[in-house]
Write a protein that binds this ligand. Structure first.
Ligand SMILES: C[S@@+](CC[C@H](N)C(=O)[O-])C[C@H]1O[C@@H](n2cnc3c(N)ncnc32)[C@H](O)[C@@H]1O
Length: 205
């Protein structure tokens, strides 16, 4: 086990780390890349990943693996009703990741083998575009090497949706789960009993 750790460390390339408690810049874009999508097996969990991305502050949701126009149409319909402008795009997984890093972007891979997220987040640069990478059934070894940060939300196997939500909550603070969209047609007012939905198009009439 000790040997394994040493070997892995020696494979890691120099990282883009900064102690980043100051000069926090929230204006750089943040995208989520879902690797290895299988249209026959993963649509529900992948839709949930995209919904968490949108709700908690991502600018884009990028899908690698199978293409799925229907899923993108559903996501665009959520944005039309509830607001925001989540960019959806099908990309080549490793190709996109390599280009992002080569252009100076920061890549954060969520993996149970990574560094604990609360310890990792202060070291991740916020002054460059950030790509959060979540895996599918099998994550190619190159992903661990290409990403400057391999980050764990607990070192147990669980769900990419849970990992993404907890990471984004820690990254954005409460502005993640409290996010609102100025251009929303439907706005939900949270209450304890029943449903209260304001339809801005009806109230304009
Ligand atoms: C169901 S897991 C499958 C992992 C797969 N066995 C592998 O080769 O890594 C799918 C994805 O969920 C995310 N994930 C699962 N547990 C995690 C954890 N504890 N911390 C961070 N991400 C996690 C990772 O992005 C992972 O690639």
């Amino acid at each position: 086990m000790a040997n394994l750790t040493l070997k892995k460390k020696s494979l890691l390339k120099p990282r883009l780390e900064t102690q980043n408690h100051f000069a926090v810049n929230m204006s750089e874009r943040l995208d989520v890349l879902r690797l290895g999508y299988r249209k026959g097996r993963d649509p529900r969990i992948t839709t949930h990943l995209a919904l968490v991305s949108r709700a908690m502050g991502a600018d884009g949701f990028l899908l690698a693996g199978d293409e799925d126009k229907e899923m993108f149409d559903n996501l665009n319909s959520v944005s039309e009703r509830f607001g925001g402008d989540l960019k959806t795009e099908h990309v080549s997984g490793l190709g996109h990741l390599k280009k992002h890093v080569a252009e100076g972007g920061v890549a954060v891979h969520l993996t149970m083998y990574g560094e604990p997220f609360r310890k990792a987040i202060p070291k991740i640069r916020r002054d460059r575009p950030v790509l959060i990478v979540v895996g599918g059934a099998k994550v190619p070894g190159d992903v661990y090497k290409l990403c400057q940060h391999n980050v764990a939300v607990g070192n147990q196997p669980h769900s990419e949706v849970a990992a993404l939500a907890l990471f984004m909550d820690a990254w954005f603070g409460e502005s993640a789960s409290e996010r609102t969209f100025e251009d929303a047609r439907l706005v939900i007012e949270g209450i304890n009993d029943g449903k209260l939905v304001h339809d801005n198009e009806i109230s304009k009439e």
